[in-house]
Structures are given as C-alpha cells and as structure tokens.
Ligand binder design. Structure first.
Ligand SMILES: [Ca+2]
Ligand SMILES: [Ca+2]
Length: 350
C-alpha cells in the first residue's frame, strides 16, 4: 500500500538530485586503534570511541562505481514507502556474533517504512527547505568544522576529515554530482533524526528495522544468504575481495550504489542488506550483554544491515540480524538511514 507523505514528495524531487564488526573476528583491530585519528580527536565518549573504532577497524569506504556487473536499478517512481504488518521479531535465533544475542526480540506494531535509503537528493531537499546544518559542518573548539570519518582507499585506512560532510563525502574536492540517487552519508544520528522529523516521520527501532527486512522469516542460517543468491551472485552491495585492500566490485559497485539497484526483500524494500548501514533509534549498550543502566545514556546507536564495505574476510555483517554500534555524534562514509511512521493495524493489513 502506498502512503502519501513528505518522503514521497522528496523522493521525486528533481532539484538535485569500519568495521562493521566487533573485535572478535578482526586481526587488525588493535593496530587500527593505535593509528586512528579518532583517538586524537577527543570528540568521542570512551564507550562510543571503542564502538566507533570497532566499526572503523572492520570496514572501509569506496566511491567509484565499478565494474563487472551491470545492475538493473529500479526506477525512482518505484513505491517509496511500504506498510509492514504487526508481528514478532525473533532476532538471534541463529547467532553469528556475540552482540547478536544482546537486545530484545519482541512484538512490533504495524508501521510504514521507506523502501529505500534516504538519498542525497532527498536530503538536499530537506536542507533547502530548512537551512539545516549537519553536525559535520558545525565548528569545533578549534574553529574548524567537525567533519566526519572518511575511508581513504589509497591508504586503506580511515581518517577524520574536517572538510567531509554530506555534500563532500570524501572531503575536500569531492562532491555528490551524479550521486543524487545514492544514499546520503556523513550524517550523524541527529542529522538523520532531523530529516525524519521534517518529513513527519521518525527513525525505526531496531526491531522495526529487522522485521521490515525479513518479514516473518527467521534469520537465515547462513552469513551469505541475504547478500548472495544460491549461485553466489550478489544480491546486495557489499565488498568482494580482501578488505581493506581490494574491492573487486563484482556486484557492480566499488562504493555506494544508487538505491534500488538490487533485488527487493519480502516487503519490497531495497538495500536492507548492504549499501550503507542504517541508523536505528535503539541505543547500543554493549556487545556482550545488555546493560540496562546505559539504555538511556549510551552515546552509541544500533546500526543495521552492513554496508558496501563489508567483505567476507572482514565484517560479513550484510545480514538483517547483524547489529553494530555507531557513534551518534559522527557521520561516516558508510552510514545512512531510512525513516518510518506509525500506522493503524487496519491500514497495514496486506
Ligand atoms: Ca560493492
Ligand atoms: Ca542498507
């Protein structure tokens, strides 16, 4: 069922258009902690710092559309939102990583969700309408913009770049021309929330996001099932090759992809696995256990679905059941979002 919303309007607007894993499986985490610019920035809370570094350590960025595949991207006139009926999420039915046993499964009320990640064109429309200034653009104590975290492909490492923001995802000299349909990145949590609020919507909870991704099906008993089909053909934008050194782009993209270029899931949603991680409103309270004391205070939010930086050798979290912490104050190359809204149960009947 299509549902009219401001998101629909901006979808068709023509104005202009690391580490996805915790330390458990990544051999180079310690080394990257030592060299990360985040350690020197002093911007992050300790817990969020660890969380962000875990993310940074495990995945990298890319930007250049590649290569061997020629995906067929759905037209932008595709349905822009979908109603998800109420139901239960049994996250963690099959566990690949320790953090996947943390956080509650449970019932989810009916809701409506964007069928694709919010695009650069959509975010541009929001900024044009409101004059909103993202966290990355705001000045820090030294007078320079706060910037965001950019993966430097040539160096195979991340950096904090004060010139990076949503219009310049790779920092100075970069832009989003030709990437109007790519997911907006370099948006901190509050930047995503501001867009959602403007659109009359909100950000999904983790359980909502996961139910939207998988429907009534249980979490697949395979790491690969949501990113590759039974013949090994890519069904999501991830990283082929050895991260962080070589992204072969066998899925058609070395870097982010325009939204809607990979097959939709059970509710017609695109890119729930891969392309960019997506913010949820749940706070990440720890990778090994749920810490109720931090439920309302943790500066890290749960991000879902993996990204174009997830490879088989590092991260491999291109799954609906995966969950990682994202420092809510930091925009990154591989984190975007989509929005949701409440609906009545009747409206959400299939
Ligand atoms: Ca790719
Ligand atoms: Ca995604």
């Amino acid at each position: 069922m299509r549902r009219a919303s401001k998101t629909d309007n901006v979808t068709n607007h023509s104005r202009r258009s690391a580490g996805e894993a915790l330390a458990s499986e990544r051999p180079c985490v310690a080394a990257r902690f030592a060299e990360s610019p985040l350690l020197m920035s002093g911007r992050l809370f300790p817990t969020a710092l660890i969380a962000a570094l875990a993310c940074l350590a495990a995945c990298g960025d890319a930007r250049t559309p590649a290569t061997s595949a020629t995906p067929s991207c759905a037209p932008l006139t595709m349905q822009t939102t979908a109603d998800i009926p109420a139901g239960r999420v049994d996250r963690g039915a099959f566990l690949f990583e320790p953090e996947e046993s943390v956080g509650g499964a449970g019932e989810v009320a009916a809701f409506n969700i964007d069928v694709h990640e919010v695009t650069n064109a959509q975010y541009a429309a929001f900024v044009a309408a409101t004059g909103y200034v993202t966290v990355a653009e705001r000045k820090g104590p030294d007078g320079a913009p706060l910037g965001g975290a950019v993966f430097d492909r040539s160096q195979a490492r991340w950096r904090i770049d004060s010139a990076a923001q949503w219009r310049r995802p790779e920092g100075a000299g970069s832009d989003i021309r030709g990437r109007e349909r790519h997911p907006v990145v370099m948006v901190a949590y509050e930047d995503a929330l501001a867009y959602a609020t403007w659109a009359g919507r909100r950000l999904p909870t983790e359980n909502e996001w996961e139910r939207a991704a998988r429907g009534d099906a249980p979490a697949p008993a395979s790491r690969e099932a949501e990113a590759y089909d039974g013949n090994g053909a890519p069904r999501a934008n991830t990283w082929q090759g050895v991260f962080p050194f070589k992204d072969a782009g066998e899925d058609g993209f070395a870097g982010s992809a325009p939204v809607g270029c990979f097959p939709a899931g059970p509710h017609g949603l695109h890119d729930m696995a891969g392309n960019v991680w997506e913010w949820t409103s749940d706070r990440f309270t720890g990778g090994e256990r749920f810490d109720a004391a931090r439920r309302d205070t943790s500066p890290a939010r749960v991000i879902k679905g993996g990204s174009h930086l997830c490879s088989r050798n590092f991260c491999a979290r291109y799954r609906s059941g995966s969950r990682q912490p994202g420092d809510e104050s930091l925009g990154m190359s591989h984190i975007g979002f989509r929005t949701v809204a409440d609906v009545s149960e009747d409206a959400a009947e299939p």
